[in-house]
Ligand binder design. Structure first.
Ligand SMILES: Nc1nc2c(ncn2[C@@H]2O[C@H](COP(=O)(O)OP(=O)(O)OP(=O)(O)O)[C@@H](O)[C@H]2O)c(=O)[nH]1
Length: 503
C-alpha cells in the first residue's frame, strides 16, 4: 500500500475523536498536531503542512458547528478535502490518459535523472496499455549507459513487447528516430522512447531531451521522478514544467519509502500532472494516480471504482456478460475457475487489490503473503491445464474426485496428489459461493457500467464482501489473514464506510 504508514497515522488520529467525550478546539488541535507531525515526517514541506492545518481549522470552525452535527465526520471531511487540495496537481489525468483512435499512433518520450526508475517505468507503462488492448513498442535511445539496451531488452521480452535499439549507433536522436519510424511502419500504436538517465542535473538532461524531442516530435513527454528524494522533487518538477509544453510526471519508488509523501506534495505544488505511481519493482506495481481516489485509499476509505477498473481491465469486456451469467447460473466449471485464477494474477499483488477495498489497511494483510498466494494460484492453474475437456467442462465434482483421476492429474501436472485435492476443495467452495456472491453484490451484467464512483452502502458492501470471502479458495482466504483478517476488514467497513467517493 502506498504511503501506508502516513495513511494509518492520519486515520488513527481522526479515529481517536470517537473516544473524545467532547470535541472542542483543544481536541481538534491535538488531532491536527498528530496529523501535521505525520506529514512532516513524510517530508512534506512545512509551508504545505501549515496550509493544511489552517485550512482544516477554517473549514471546521468548531465554535460555529451546529449542535447535533457529527463533529468527527465534519473534521474527517475537512482533512480529506485539505489533503486533496495538497495533492491535486490541478490537471485532469484523464486528459493525459491515451485515447485509442483508429489509425492514430502515439509517441511518448520518457526522461529522468540517473537511477530514477525510468527504464523500469517505461516497460510498466507499455504493459499497462498493452493490457488495455494497445500495441505498444519500446525504443532504447539511451546510448550512454552500456547496459541500458540489454536492460530494456530483458524487460520488454518478459512483457512480450517489441523493442528497438542499437549497440553501434551513438547518437540518441538518430536511434530514437529510426525506432519510431520502424514501429510506425509496423503499425504499432504506442511507441515509447526511453532516453538516457546519465545526467545528475536536470539542465543537461533537458538539453538532451530537446534534441531527441526534435527528432521524434512526441505527443507526450513523461518526467520520471524518484519518490525517495522527498520535497527536493519540487525544483526538478518546476524545471521540467518550464521546459516542456505537454508533460506529465510519474513518481516511482513510493512503496515503503518514508519521504514519498514529500515528493508527491512537492510535485503537486508545481501543478505538474502526476499520472502514475511506481509502487514496486514488478511490472504490475504501477497505479494510475487520481487525487481523490488516492486520498480515499490513503485514509482507508478504499477505491472501489479503481478495483472495478482493474477487474474490468483483466476480464475482457466482451467476456464479462457471459462470465457473470455463467457464474450466476451456477455453471462454474474448472475452465471458469482457471479464468478467475488468471484474472486474480493479472490484478496484481493481493495487497494492492485489497487496499482498494474500503476499510482495508496494510496491517490486515499478513506480510509476504502476496508471493505465497501467487505460487498457490499458479500451481492450481498447472493442474487445471492437465485436465481433459470433459473434466474442464463438467460441474460434477464426483467425476473430478475419482482417485484414479486425482493420481493422473497429480502425475500430469508434477504436483503431489494432496495439491489436486486442495484444488478440488477450492473448486467446491468457489462453485458454491461465487453464485451467491454475485447475486449479493448485485453486479450489473457489464462491469463498465460500474465505472465512476461506485457507491455501495456499508450493509451492501459488507454482504457482498462476506459472500465473496466465502468464494475465495480456503488457502487463498488463509493467505489474506483468514476470516479474522476479512472480519476486521468488514468491521472496518462498518466504521469507515461513510467514504468520500464523490458527490
Ligand atoms: N522499490 C521500487 N524500485 C523501483 C521502482 N521503479 C524502479 N525501481 C528500481 O530502481 C532501480 C533503477 O531502475 P531503472 O529503471 O534501471 O532506472 P533508470 O532511471 O532507467 O536508470 P538509468 O538508466 O541507469 O538512469 C532498479 O533496481 C529498479 O528495479 C519502484 O517503483 N519501486
Amino acid at each position: 500500500m502506498v504511503l501506508a504508514e502516513l495513511g494509518t497515522r492520519i486515520s488513527k488520529a481522526i479515529g481517536s475523536l470517537s473516544a473524545a467525550s467532547v470535541i472542542d478546539e483543544k481536541v481538534l488541535d491535538t488531532v491536527l498536531k498528530e496529523i501535521c507531525t505525520a506529514l512532516l515526517q513524510a517530508d512534506v514541506n512545512v509551508k504545505q503542512v501549515a496550509n493544511l492545518r489552517n485550512g482544516v481549522k477554517k473549514r471546521v470552525n468548531i465554535q460555529e458547528l451546529a449542535a447535533g452535527l457529527n463533529k468527527q465526520r465534519v473534521i474527517e471531511r475537512a482533512v480529506f478535502d485539505e489533503l486533496c487540495d495538497m495533492l491535486d496537481s490541478g490537471a485532469d489525468p484523464k486528459k493525459l490518459d491515451l485515447k485509442k483512435e483508429k489509425g492514430k499512433q502515439a509517441t511518448v518520450m520518457f526522461v529522468g535523472l540517473q537511477g530514477c526508475g525510468k527504464t523500469t517505468t517505461c516497460t510498466k507503462y507499455a504493459y499497462h496499455y498493452k493490457k488495455k488492448g494497445w500495441k505498444p513498442a519500446l525504443v532504447c535511445a539511451d546510448t550512454f549507459r552500456a547496459g541500458a539496451f540489454d536492460q530494456l531488452k530483458q524487460n520488454a521480452t518478459k512483457a512480450q513487447i517489441p523493442f528497438y535499439g542499437s549497440y553501434k549507433e551513438t547518437d540518441p536522436a538518430a536511434i530514437a528516430q529510426q525506432g519510431v519510424l520502424r514501429f510506425k511502419e509496423e503499425g504499432r500504436d504506442l511507441i515509447i522512447v526511453d532516453t538516457s538517465g546519465r545526467h545528475k542535473q536536470e539542465a543537461a538532461l533537458f538539453e538532451e531531451m530537446r534534441q531527441v524531442a526534435a527528432a521524434v516530435a512526441p505527443d507526450l513527454i513523461i518526467f520520471v521522478m524518484d519518490g525517495s528524494i522527498g520535497q527536493a522533487a519540487f525544483d526538478q518538477a518546476k524545471a521540467f514544467k518550464e521546459a516542456v509544453e505537454v508533460g506529465a510526471v510519474i513518481i516511482t519508488k513510493l512503496d515503503g519509502h518514508a519521504k514519498g509523501g514529500g515528493a508527491l506534495s512537492a510535485v503537486a505544488a508545481t501543478k505538474s500532472p502526476i499520472i502514475f505511481l511506481g509502487t514496486g519493482e514488478h511490472m504490475d506495481q504501477f497505479e494510475s494516480f487520481e487525487t481523490k481516489r488516492f486520498v480515499q485509499r490513503l485514509l482507508g476509505k478504499g477505491d472501489v471504482s479503481g478495483l472495478m477498473d482493474k477487474i474490468q481491465d483483466v476480464i475482457p469486456e466482451d467476456k464479462q456478460p457471459e462470465l457473470l451469467d455463467t457464474i450466476s447460473k451456477g455453471n462454474v466449471t474448472m475452465r471458469v475457475l482457471k479464468d478467475m485464477f488468471e484474472s486474480v494474477l493479472e490484478l496484481g499483488p493481493m495487497s494492492q487489490m485489497m487496499s482498494m477495498l474500503p476499510g482495508f489497511n496494510s496491517d490486515l494483510l499478513p506480510k509476504g503473503n502476496d508471493k505465497q498466494s501467487q505460487i498457490m494460484i499458479k500451481r492450481y492453474i498447472t493442474i487445471i491445464e492437465s485436465m481433459t475437456d470433459k473434466e474442464l467442462d463438467t460441474t460434477n465434482i464426483k467425476i473430478l474426485s475419482e482417485p484414479s483421476r486425482i493420481e493422473r492429474l497429480a502425475r500430469g501436472s508434477g504436483n503431489p496428489p494432496q495439491q489436486v485435492v486442495a484444488l478440488l476443495e477450492s473448486y467446491k467452495h468457489y462453485a458454491k459461493y461465487a453464485t451467491q456472491a454475485l447475486k449479493a453484490a448485485n453486479l450489473p451484467k457489464n462491469l463498465k457500467s460500474m465505472k465512476g464512483d461506485v457507491q455501495m452502502n456499508p450493509r451492501q458492501m459488507q454482504a457482498a464482501l462476506g459472500k465473496m470471502s466465502k468464494a475465495l479458495p480456503p488457502q487463498l482466504l488463509q493467505q489474506l489473514g483468514g476470516m479474522g483478517g476479512l472480519q476486521s476488514l468488514m468491521k472496518g467497513l462498518d466504521g469507515k464506510m461513510g467514504g468520500f467517493g464523490g458527490k
